[in-house]
Every structure is written in structure tokens, then in C-alpha cells.
Design a protein around this ligand. Structure first.
Ligand SMILES: Nc1ncnc2c1ncn2[C@@H]1O[C@H](COP(=O)(O)OP(=O)(O)OP(=O)(O)O)[C@@H](O)[C@H]1O
Ligand SMILES: O=c1[nH]c(=O)c2[nH+]cn([C@@H]3O[C@H](COP(=O)(O)O)[C@@H](O)[C@H]3O)c2[nH]1
Ligand SMILES: NC(=O)CC[C@H](N)C(=O)O
Ligand SMILES: [Mg+2]
Length: 520
């Protein structure tokens, strides 16, 4: 069905991150890619054949919540280590490596969480050889390696970790107790870079080479067949469409669906932006009635996504018959975080994004997803490189299920109107205050409750709305935006005055985690 990972990595040296349940295995993959080494995440316990079939040039073992000496602790197929690939273990990964190779791991008396002072005791090694002897690292552990595997030299220590880093470059074995992937470890990126250098990983993964590889893979996948692309006006589908257009030109027809869950004036704006300056055929489909019918009486978020995902596919199928000679390939702008959050590998399912887990079992399409292995910032760079205008490349994300996941409970036409009006005011005022650039996403949420107020000496009993604005790097983590109270006051004043049924406005100050960006 979907393009396999092997197609994505053709022509690039690949570093596989074996995930042992780390909170942010993605962050390791991101950092490696920042260093221009292509990286993907696989479940830590995947069979050796599966891992080696990807022809990795090196492996990184992630952190994880378990203790290696505990019963049932996640481990790896021993044949993976026997293959002799360069390996870097991080935290749990380091402990696993030590345990597998004859070292010793034990619980320490003093756990280390957060900022920790590290001493490089042996500056003669490859991993830390170029680094300051005293430095700050970020730790998150209770267990520690007390003796390294025979043949490995100890490079560094902290108060609670006698073996905070070890290596045997001859055998390609490296381990660090701390987290080089997080920005709180100032010399962390240098650790990863040193590892890639010793491992001989070629760092050739750039937007330019990504485009060349993706264009080739798309051509090979679709041949001279007709292709349709779900185009939302968002960054991901715009970049996916541009890539596919580059690959197969006039075989591509883009389908924009107005499902009645879009923001104020959005349909017209998308039609204008993409109809005007693009040489790709764009078909605009009015489908509000059928989507809203599917959502009648539905309040559970996963069920909303599933129904919307299915209705998208049915709409695309009909449109492909009518406008694209029954095209059997569907291009989607699916990104890596969509895949990860929908419960890929060993990560938990947070929400089944409509375009991944929300897809129906039966459909008449093979998927073409050239961005399935990319993070958002990487997609933006690819878009810029393909020459897409800045207003498209820098656009804030908007979820495919649209306002349906911002109306808590059942979606009705009346609630859609209330939310659209409030949302337009919030975004307009942010733009006026010049804050759009620093905010990842800003929107309004309509909860399923009523609230008492007083306006013009009269009791009101209307909706509260919640303003949500976040900063983020890749939507995997996020923080609430520190918006000026004056701006919030202006927004609130306008909303309660201009949207009659809203009597109260709140600002959401939750980060992700523990919240998610959307409320559903
Ligand atoms: N209104 C729509 N019409 C057609 N296709 C859509 C629509 N909304 C979403 N899709 C499809 O679902 C995919 C996933 O949606 P998603 O919102 O994650 O991406 P995007 O809209 O392209 O970019 P962004 O994340 O920046 O909003 C899109 O890339 C597109 O293929
Ligand atoms: O196309 C989409 N289909 C979905 O079902 C979906 N759910 C969340 N999002 C968007 O994904 C990013 C992360 O959102 P969360 O923190 O709410 O999980 C944010 O950018 C969200 O807007 C979706 N996009
Ligand atoms: N962050 C981690 O990988 C923790 C590893 C292990 N659970 C410990 O406490 O040491
Ligand atoms: Mg979108």
C-alpha cells in the first residue's frame, strides 16, 4: 500500500534508531537528519533480518523506561549486535549494550534527572576526544553502568554514574548515559557527529538530494498512470503535489475538498492561491452536506476522525472517476509525526490522524506519500527548494478534520458558525499584532458547555471559547505562546461583542506534553 521505507532511503546511508520506548526517539532521528544523515525509527525488538534488510550503516539504541536487569525488560535480537555494525547506546540503550556485552548495570543510590555535571576522564577517545573536560549534560536515569564491557574504555563520569560514557572504536561500540539528542546537552550534537564520523556514515541527506530521490521513487511507483492528490491548501499537500508534479507532470489532478469544516473564507483562498499560479489541474469539490451528515450524533474524537477519513477517500474515489480517468493512485501529504502519533512501531497511539490510522480498510487507491518520512521543517525546506511561494511554505498547519476536532462533542452547523467567527477574530488580531511568524498554530476551541454571564445588565447563558496558540519545532512537543495580555484583551473584547452567543473567553496555557495541540 504505502511507499515502503526502503524507497525513502534509497541512495542514502541510513542510521536506524532502535526504539525501546523512549519518549522522544523521534528527537534522535531529527538530530541525525540535521547532521544530514538519513535516519528512521524501528521497534527495538524487531527481528535482525528486518533490521539488516534496511541495510543500515549504523544503529542507535534509544532510552526507555525499563531496567535491563528486570524481568521482561525490552531487549534486542542478539543477531543485531553480531552483525558488527557501529552502535551508539543512549541511556537505556547504553545499559542494554553494557549488559549484552558482559558489562554490569545496577541501580544507583542517587538518580540523576536534568542538568548534571560531567567530567571527561579520558580525553584520548574518539567520541568525546574534542570536547571540554568539564561540561553540562542532561540526564534522566536511576540505573547506571557500573562496569563497562570488557575491552571498552571508560570516557567520562558524573557523581552518580561511574561510567557515563564508554567506547571501543575498533568494534564500533559506543555508549553514553546522558542524552546527546536534547538541546539541554550543549555538546550533544558533537557526540552524534563524532559517532557518525567514526562509523563512516556519509552525510548527504539534503533537501536537494531528497527531492531527486523522491521524484525518482514517484516515477517508478506510478509509471504513466493517472494520479490524484488530496490538496488542502496546507504545506504538506502543497509540497507533495509539487513533488509529484515534478515527477509525472500532467498525469496529476489535485482535488480540494470543502468538507464544511474549513475556516472562514478558507475555500476561496485556497482556490485562488492554487488555481491562479499553478500549472497543475485543480478540481474543487463542495462536500459539506455529506461530511456533516456523517458527523451527525458523533462526539467521540477517534470516531470523528475515522468517519472523516473514510468520507475523504469516498469523495476522492468519486472525483477520480469523474475527473481523472479513474486514477488508482492517491497522493497524500502524510508526514512522519502523523505516522508516529497514529501508533507506529512501539509508540503509543495518541490520535489516529485521518490520513493514516483513520483510513478505511477498503479503498480503490494505492497511496503515494513522498513526505512520509519527513518532519515539518524538512518539508518546508523541500517546498522552498521547489520554489513554492513563502505564504504557502510558512503557512500554519491546519488539521485535515478541520473544525470538527475543535468543536468538543457533536458538530452542528450552528456551532461551526460560532467557532468560525471567533477563530477569524483571534487569527486576525494576532496577525495585526505581528505575532503570526513566531506562532506555530493559533486557533479557537468550542467546548461542549455553557456559561453564565452578564451583558447589558442582562443574564446571558452562552458558549465559552478557548484560545489556543502554541510554539513548536515539529508538533511533537509544544509550548503555549506567551501572548501579551493587551492582545488577549483585544481579542476577548471583539469576540464577546461580535459573536453573540459567546460570553466568555479563556486562554489555554498547557504545553505538549501533557496536553496535545488540538483538544481532540
Ligand atoms: N480539505 C482537504 N481536501 C483535500 N485533501 C485534504 C484536505 N484536508 C486534508 N487533506 C489531505 O490529508 C493530508 C493530511 O492533512 P494535513 O493537515 O496533515 O496536511 P496539510 O493540510 O497538507 O498540511 P498542514 O499540516 O500544513 O495543514 C493532506 O496532506 C491532504 O493530502
Ligand atoms: O491532518 C491531520 N489530521 C488529524 O487527524 C490531526 N490531528 C491533529 N493534527 C495536527 O497535528 C499536529 C499535532 O497535533 P496534536 O498535538 O493535537 O496531536 C497539529 O498541527 C494538529 O493540528 C492533525 N492533522
Ligand atoms: N531514560 C532512560 O533511558 C532510563 C533508563 C533506565 N530506565 C534508568 O532509569 O536508568
Ligand atoms: Mg492541513
Amino acid at each position: 500500500m504505502a511507499a515502503s521505507s526502503r524507497e525513502a532511503s534509497v541512495g542514502f546511508d541510513t542510521v536506524l534508531v532502535l526504539d525501546f520506548g523512549a519518549q522522544y526517539a523521534q528527537v534522535i532521528a531529527r538530530r541525525l537528519r540535521e547532521l544530514h544523515a538519513y535516519s528512521e525509527i524501528v521497534p527495538g525488538d524487531a527481528p535482525a533480518e528486518e533490521i539488516l534488510a534496511r541495510r543500515p550503516s549504523a544503529l542507535v539504541l534509544s532510552g526507555g523506561p525499563a531496567s535491563v536487569y528486570a524481568e521482561g525488560a525490552p531487549g534486542m535480537d542478539p543477531a543485531v549486535l553480531e552483525a558488527g555494525l557501529p552502535v551508539l547506546g543512549i541511556c537505556y540503550g547504553q545499559q542494554l549494550l553494557a549488559d549484552a556485552l558482559g558489562g554490569e548495570v545496577a541501580r544507583t543510590d542517587a538518580a540523576e534527572f536534568g542538568r548534571t555535571s560531567l567530567t571527561v576522564d579520558d580525553p584520548g577517545g574518539r567520541l568525546l576526544g574534542e570536547q571540554p573536560l568539564a561540561q553540562i549534560v542532561w540526564m534522566s536515569h536511576r540505573d547506571t553502568v557500573v562496569s563497562p564491557p570488557p575491552g571498552c574504555r571508560v570516557l567520562a563520569s558524573t557523581a552518580a554514574s561511574p561510567v557515563a560514557a564508554f567506547e571501543d572504536p575498533e568494534r564500533g561500540i559506543f555508549g553514553v548515559q546522558y542524552h546527546p539528542e536534547v538541546s539541554h546537552t550543549p555538546w550533544g550534537l558533537e557526540v552524534l557527529k563524532a559517532f557518525l564520523d567514526v562509523a563512516g556514515v556519509r552525510r548527504t541527506w539534503t533537501s536537494h538530494s531528497v527531492i531527486a530521490a523522491a521524484v525518482g521513487a514517484v516515477r517508478e511507483q506510478v509509471g504513466d498512470a493517472q494520479v490524484v492528490c488530496g490538496l488542502s491548501g496546507g504545506v504538506d499537500s502543497a509540497v507533495a503535489a509539487a513533488l509529484v508534479h515534478e515527477a509525472v507532470g500532467s498525469q496529476l489532478t489535485c482535488l480540494f475538498v470543502d468538507h464544511g469544516l474549513l475556516r472562514q473564507d478558507e475555500a476561496e483562498q485556497v482556490e485562488q492561491a492554487f488555481g491562479a499560479h499553478s500549472d497543475t489541474r485543480l478540481v474543487s469539490i463542495k462536500a459539506a452536506d455529506r461530511f456533516l451528515r456523517q458527523l451527525e450524533g458523533v462526539s467521540e474524537p477517534e470516531e470523528k476522525r475515522r468517519r472523516i477519513g473514510e468520507e475523504f477517500i469516498r469523495t476522492f474515489e468519486e472525483a477520480a472517476l469523474e475527473h481523472a480517468s479513474g486514477a488508482a493512485f492517491l497522493v497524500q501529504g502524510t508526514l512522519y509525526p502523523d505516522v508516529v502519533e497514529s501508533g507506529h512501531g512501539s509508540s503509543a497511539t495518541i490520535k489516529t490522524h485521518h490520513n493514516v490510522g483513520g483510513l478505511p480498510e477498503r479503498m480503490n487507491f494505492d497511496l503515494v506519500e513522498p513526505l512520509r518520512w519527513l518532519f515539518k521543517d524538512e518539508v518546508r525546506r523541500v517546498g522552498a527548494e521547489l520554489g513554492l511561494p513563502e505564504e504557502i511554505v510558512e503557512r500554519q498547519p491546519f488539521p485535515g478534520p478541520g473544525l470538527a476536532v475543535r468543536i468538543i462533542g457533536e458538530v452542528t452547523r450552528e456551532k461551526l458558525e460560532v467557532l468560525r467567527a471567533a477563530d477569524a477574530i483571534f487569527r486576525h488580531e494576532l496577525a495585526r499584532a505581528g505575532l503570526e511568524g513566531e506562532i506555530w498554530q493559533a486557533f479557537v476551541v468550542l467546548p461542549d458547555v455553557r456559561t453564565v454571564g452578564v451583558q447589558g445588565d442582562e443574564r446571558t447563558y452562552g458558549y465559552p471559547v478557548i484560545l489556543r496558540a502554541v510554539t513548536s519545532e515539529d508538533a511533537m512537543t509544544a509550548d503555549f505562546a506567551r501572548i501579551d495580555y493587551d492582545v488577549l484583551e483585544r481579542v476577548t473584547g471583539r469576540i464577546v461583542n461580535e459573536v453573540p452567543s459567546v460570553g466568555r473567553v479563556a486562554y489555554d496555557v498547557t504545553s505538549k506534553p501533557p496536553g496535545t495541540i488540538e483538544w481532540e
